[in-house]
Design a protein around this ligand. Sequence first.
Ligand code: PMP
Length: 396
Amino acid sequence: MSEKFEWINEEMEALKQQGLKTHIRTIGSACGPWMVVDGKKVLNFCTNNYLGLANHPRLKEAARAAVQIWGVGPAAVRSIAGTLELHRLLEERLAAFKGVEDALYVQSGFCANQAAIPSMVGKGDVIFTDRLNHASIIDGCRLSSARVVVYEHCDVEDCERAIKENLGEYRRALLITDGVFSMDGDIAPLDRLFELCERHGIITMVDDAHGEGVLGRGGRGIVDHFQLNGKFDLEIGTLSKAFGVMGGVIAGSSTVIEWIRQKARPFLFSSAVTAADTAACLAAVDLLEEGTELVERLWENTRYFKEGMRGAGFDIGASVTPITPVMIGDATLAQNFSRMLFDSDPGIFAMPIGYPTVPQGKARIRVMISASHSREDLDLGLDIFTRIGKSVGVIG
Ligand code: PMP
């Protein structure tokens, strides 16, 4: 290797030493309750496929039909020649689903934050952001050049203190919180944050990536869960989790969304999402609007699995959603636990999460429950977790 890149060897070695080098597994099948991972068929507790839509026949058929009509790529950014009728239709359907005036469909949830945050605030403005907000929010804040003030996780009193200390000095203010926090499965106190922002004239934004399709009536998300429909200024979402496909969404009033359409760089300078993905998203919205059966099954599965894990003696934290953190503590033990799950017969695919994603000493295995898991799948998962938990002393 050229001398230019010796630093990579050194830094990679440091990552390995700290246990921070990620082994990226390769998937050899469609996403579902069982998947082929690194060549082995395993029970999948790892993906965000909350409603089992990632391999749903209706979505696949919609994508197949769209390819026949529209081809495979728009070959343009949305603002030049890439806005398909399908994109507009999806935006209208998503806005109606969420009970807001308009929505903007972008390439991913990550992009949605890069698009929305710098469009709303810039130099001379301030952002109040939860300590545990997602990386795409953190990066969106950095991109905006606004001053970033972090408040303690879900702590409304600390948020109020931060606002009072900082507000007067700035032109505009924005508060951003994850709806559901992806490593703990807890939810933001959205009603109290909203009330606080109303009092101080602060723009409100929630990233509901893990709440859509999960919380609220028929999976309408965390804003619906708190009955704040149409009141939150910006709802960020993703079509890559419960909706099972790809893309991000920014939803809000027509004034705000039209402004973001004019300003957001991922919208203006990066090509549009394909017709196949968009059509599959539309089929997902159809399914969610047709009935609540999938959302109910997701919650039944979640309750069943969590009760089983608590009954076996596991600490599963403060989660109130299908995200189930199985607390292990030590990072190396969490990694070993995950490897033992994978190597068992049958194997279980569940990721260890350690520092710096979560605080030191709080390493965990994150279990993601899906409506597509059968009762047998969940029983099998409980059985293998319990067996390994006992063998390594995580439970008695
Ligand atoms: N926001 C949050 C809270 C997320 O958890 C994620 C996905 N990990 C994203 C945004 C990014 O969404 P996408 O995968 O669609 O880019």
